[in-house]
Design a binder for this molecule. Structure first.
Ligand SMILES: NC(=O)c1ccc[n+]([C@@H]2O[C@H](COP(=O)([O-])OP(=O)(O)OC[C@H]3O[C@@H](n4cnc5c(N)ncnc54)[C@H](O)[C@@H]3O)[C@@H](O)[C@H]2O)c1
Length: 457
């Protein structure tokens, strides 16, 4: 069997590496338009940082796993084509800022139709609006093609930072397809592939539309938890309640569960916001305005949390940060990834620069992406070493929950900073009291602040 995966990104690369490692008899070719990305996959400097990726890739690359830009040739030989291209929010025309831009998906469908040399299973791996498979089917079967294309929905639930573990031991694999004879055969063929390492009871089969919607709903629920706890964190700050204590208390209720209840500056990443906006757009298309408003609020709350954070920085630093120096520790949208898409740090840095702050960004894995995202700007610098980044700073800001930041020598950092020294913990990862005892004025999220000579805020 030959599998082709179109799109060698954060999903395509790790997913195919795991399938190749678990199914050594299957030939897998991952193709992409970007020569630069493909070159990186074929080098020692992978295009993405993901714990465990390099080891699992090495098992199969050159054996049964290949990366190339030969899209047409690959499709000619394929039995199954995974489509794992990006589906960003539309930035133009109807639905701009809300709907998913499906031009890359549609382009893939046209390319598959043009180059297929036999009947094919086409697997939607990308996250897509409900009923996209219908549009795919129409494109694939338009014109003169003599072949049958069975479109399946197989959304990916991996989380960046734990992608390899999530792929090796998934909570579930979801396969949606037409409930026809050929649809069921295709579903079972894909299920057999996953069954090489995933217990069969964890492989769910549904109709296509449930599968497409489950991915959007799953991301919406996850993001909603973040916004819910962040809304509570705002109330904690006003009432001297501690959001850590509240999270623990509510999370011990089994109906609620303890995961994903950390309050923070807010969620980022390429998926949550775009998928909720997409869900909101879909609801509105079907006239479900109250449902749309409900989900919209998750994004509104997330944006507001970032603004509150910046407002607090300005207010506590004597209502002006102009000319002050701020060290940003962490630019990745979460720990254990180099991905900076929709990172809260990006928004915060831009706001600080607007206020004429001098900003230095540090990050163990995302510095190159940060440079690409922000480019050269006045008052902005990049520094890999967190200690050097903090030298002479008025404020140190934790923006990503990197494990390494928990064990920094904050005494050394305090000594090198300008006084009074401020620390804003946007991820609530530090021991705030002991850091305060070193001399810092410490501002966590949703917890009491520790302030020395300043008025309490
Ligand atoms: N990143 C995640 O954590 C995650 C998790 C689950 C699902 N998803 C979904 O998976 C999809 C892919 O996400 P990603 O983060 O891997 O995106 P990505 O931007 O990292 O990768 C997409 C790749 O597709 C390539 N591409 C686009 N059009 C192409 C075409 N016509 N032919 C060949 N290559 C093409 C791009 O060059 C790019 O390398 C999205 O729909 C996303 O919502 C992402």
């Amino acid at each position: 069997m030959k599998i082709v995966c179109i799109g060698a990104g954060y999903v395509g690369g790790p997913t195919m590496s795991v399938i190749a490692s678990k199914c050594p008899n299957v030939i897998i070719e991952v193709v992409d338009l970007s020569q630069e990305r493909i070159n990186a996959w074929n080098s020692d400097f992978l295009p993405i940082y993901e714990p465990g990726l390099s080891d699992i890739l090495k098992e199969s690359i050159g054996r049964n796993l290949f990366f190339s830009t030969q899209i047409e040739e690959a499709i000619e030989q394929a039995d199954i084509v995974f489509v794992s291209v990006n589906t960003p929010t539309k930035t133009f025309g109807k639905g701009a800022g809300k709907a998913a831009n499906l031009e890359y998906i549609e382009k893939c469908a046209r390319t598959i139709r043009q180059y297929a040399k036999k009947d094919l299973i086409v697997v939607e791996k990308s996250t897509l609006p409900v009923r996209t498979a219908e549009a795919m089917e129409k494109i694939l079967h338009s014109g003169e093609s003599p072949y049958h294309f069975e479109v399946l929905s197989n959304p990916e639930f991996l989380a960046e930072g734990t992608a390899i573990q999530d792929l090796l031991v998934p909570d579930r694999v979801l396969i949606g397809g037409r409930q026809t004879e050929s649809g069921i055969v295709a579903i079972e063929k894909l299920a057999d592939l996953y069954a090489h390492w995933v217990p069969r009871e964890r492989i769910l089969r549904t109709n296509t539309w449930s599968s497409e919607l489950s991915k959007l709903a799953s991301n919406a629920f996850l993001a909603q938890r973040v916004s819910s706890i962040n809304a509570i964190s705002q109330l904690c700050e006003e009432t001297e309640a501690d959001v850590g204590e509240v999270s623990k208390a509510i999370g011990m209720d089994e109906r609620i569960g303890s995961k994903f209840l950390n309050s923070s500056i807010g969620f980022g990443g390429s998926c949550f916001k775009k998928d909720i906006l997409n869900l909101v757009y879909l609801c509105r298309q079907y006239g479900l305005n109250e449902a749309a408003d409900y989900w919209d609020q998750v994004v509104i709350m997330n944006d507001h949390q970032k603004d509150r954070f910046i407002d607090k920085m300005i207010k506590t630093m004597f209502n002006t940060i102009s000319g002050k120096k701020v060290a940003i520790l962490g630019f990745a949208f979460k720990a254990d990834t180099g991905d900076t898409r929709e990172s809260p740090a990006d928004y915060v840095v831009k706001q600080l620069l607007e206020e004429h702050c001098e900003v230095t960004i540090s990050d163990p894995e995302a510095l190159e992406n940060a440079k690409k995202d922000l480019g050269e700007r006045k008052n902005l610098s990049f520094e890999k070493d967190p200690y050097l980044a903090c030298e002479g700073a008025d404020a140190t800001v934790i923006m990503t929950e990197w494990q390494a930041y928990k064990s920094l020598n904050f005494e050394k950092i305090y000594t090198s900073m300008r006084k009074p020294a401020f620390l804003f913990d946007g991820r609530n990862i530090l021991d705030h009291l002991s850091i305060h005892q070193l001399g810092f004025n410490v501002f966590p999220i949703g917890k009491p602040s520790y302030v020395h000579e300043l008025k309490k805020v």
